[in-house]
Design a binder for this molecule. Structure first.
Ligand code: HEM
Length: 528
């Protein structure tokens, strides 16, 4: 079994210490006691009741009773694989991140793809955004790029995320629909949220029904920061471009596949890797010098905007290859915990108000999903460098830290780690002047919701436009409340008049009497 041989992947080697192969072994209890009857419980007489003292039955059933953990609140349905990230062209000019600056350097990764809205058992082919989350096991610690296959997002501020998710998730009374698709609550919310219209164009396009995980792009979405050795900052957008090209299925294909094989994407990824057809992506960056921050006609901090590649080309500098399936779905794919706040020196956040909220959310949710503050010790989540700190105790603690002292500073020593000197590296937040009135409001620079929606719609070929129109017609025709349909068509009218009229006609909306959401259309919106 090639999976048991020493690999060149340091993360895979680390996992091997935690991996068991039960082939040919004798059954034992969790205490290592050999079991010689796994068929019958202990009972009082052949036809009598079972005995409470049957600790073997009790252990087996108790463990079974607790097998399930909560699924992810979003992105519950997913599939993952191990792989390697190689940097082909050094980015040292922009970032001191070790794994990006040494040409030819290879870093182990685990990637998890997902749908967003459906439950863990829902179909892979739902019309939905796909997650594209990468954990880089770098020598400087874990770096997570928790991205999507669409380069923009529905909302501009984390404050709206629970509302968005409650609107897209199954309705609370009847838990329908299980996966993202047409329903009143989603379109009600969208009709009142003009900032979502750019993302809606993408979500109604073929991008939202990929042919395969191997044929999707990946995007970091937010603008991030690179910091180099001299402390100079550049803004950066992250891209992954599939070597197989971007491919989608048509909606009628998607619905048929969903009926026949709801594991279609999971199976496709698994089989490709088993057969040695390793999925590959080019890794690219869009770099923006600090001084160019305000030269765009949108705000770099606004996650509903992308930077057109015509304005800032994507420079391809690396390769991501997935080359090994997990040994155990639960232990690896399910227990992996990504977090946009897992950073390495040389990469930093921006003040994007969506990203800022995410920084709180992931660890918080993982505390309840994985059940203990020690989830970083689960093998798939461990960094490849050893962790040393004064945190201690908590449920399910694995590491046995020697010594008398777990505080710092101290004079006793005794096994206590000490902080690095500045010159010895470590993480430093990029210094930034922050000066302002404490205020709960949206920046005026976030107000244009339609220009890039238009840009996307106009970029579509005629067949792609037809698919997008049909998707909107299908979705809105399932919405039971006429006022919601009207409001959505009203929003479409700000993107493209023909699109709005065409959809309106098919879903029974009178375009001449379009009802606009109260106050939600910016005064400067251009209804052309
Ligand atoms: C998963 C929150 C926006 C990509 C999650 C999870 C939460 C969450 C709670 C479940 C994590 C877990 O159980 O391990 C949020 C919040 C957001 C937000 C509060 C906005 C304020 C985004 C955006 C993206 C994104 C903009 C893409 C750039 C993902 C991905 C996963 C995920 C890919 C799945 C990770 C995995 O495969 O385990 N998010 N999210 N999220 N989120 Fe977000």
């Amino acid at each position: 079994n090639s999976k048991n041989e020493k690999s060149t992947n340091s993360k895979v080697d680390q996992l091997r210490d935690h991996t068991t192969d039960n082939t040919g072994e004798m059954l034992t209890t969790n205490q290592g006691l050999k079991i010689n009857n796994n068929q019958d419980s202990l009972r009082s007489g052949e036809r009598g009741p079972s005995l409470l003292e049957d600790f073997i039955l009790r252990e087996k059933i108790t463990h079974f009773d607790h097998e399930r953990i909560p699924e992810r609140i979003v992105h519950a349905r997913g599939s993952g694989a191990h792989g390697v990230f190689k940097i082909n062209k050094s980015l040292a000019k922009y970032t001191k991140a070790n794994f990006l600056s040494e040409e030819g350097k290879e870093t182990p990764v685990f990637v998890r793809f997902s749908t967003v809205a459906g439950s863990a058992g829902s179909t892979d082919l739902a019309r939905d955004v796909r997650g594209f989350a990468i954990k880089f096991y770098t020598e400087e610690g874990n770096y997570d790029l928790v991205g999507n296959n669409i380069p923009v997002f529905f909302i501009q501020d984390a404050m709206k995320f629970p509302d968005l998710v409650h609107a897209v998730k199954p309705e609370p009374d009847n838990a329908i629909p299980q996966a993202a698709s047409a329903h009143d609550t989603f379109w009600d919310f969208i009709s009142l949220m003009p900032e979502s219209m750019h993302m809606i164009m993408w979500a109604m396009s073929d991008r939202a029904i990929p042919r395969s995980y191997r044929m999707m792009e990946g995007f970091g979405v937010h603008t991030f920061k690179f910091i180099n050795e001299e402390g100079k900052m550049h803004f950066v957008k992250f891209h992954f471009k599939p070597k197989l090209g971007v491919h989608s299925v048509a909606w009628d294909e998607a619905t048929k596949i969903s009926g026949k094989d709801s594991d279609f994407h999971r199976r496709d990824l698994w089989e490709a890797i088993e057969n040695g057809a390793f999925p590959e992506w080019d890794f690219g960056v869009q770099i923006i010098p600090e001084e160019d921050e305000h030269k765009f006609d949108f705000d770099l901090l606004d996650p509903t905007k992308l930077i057109p590649e015509e304005e800032v080309p994507v420079e391809l500098v690396g390769t991501l290859t997935l080359n090994r399936n997990p040994d155990n779905f639960f232990a690896e794919t399910e227990q992996i915990a990504f977090h946009p706040g897992h950073l390495v020196p040389g990469i930093d956040f921006t003040n994007d108000p969506l990203l800022q909220g995410r920084l709180f959310s992931y660890t918080d949710t993982q505390l309840s999903r994985l059940g203990s503050p020690n989830f970083h010790e689960i093998p798939i989540n461990r960094s490849i460098n050893t962790v040393h700190n004064n945190q201690r105790d908590g449920h399910m603690r694995q590491q046995i830290v020697k010594g008398k002292v777990s505080y710092e500073p101290n004079t006793i020593g005794g096994g206590c780690p000490f902080q690095a000197m500045m010159k010895e590296g470590g993480f430093t937040s990029q210094e930034e002047r922050v000066d302002g009135q404490k205020i709960r409001a949206r920046s005026q620079s976030f107000v244009d919701h339609y220009s890039q929606a238009k840009l996307f719609y106009n970029s579509q070929s005629e067949p792609e436009k037809t698919h997008l129109q049909n998707a909107l017609i299908f979705e809105l025709s399932k919405v039971t409340i006429p006022a919601i349909r009207e409001r959505v068509v009203g929003q479409l009218n700000f993107i493209n008049k023909e699109l709005a009229s065409l959809v309106a006609k098919k879903v029974g909306v009178d375009v001449t009497k379009l009802q606009q959401p109260n106050g939600s259309i910016p005064a400067d919106a251009d209804p052309k």
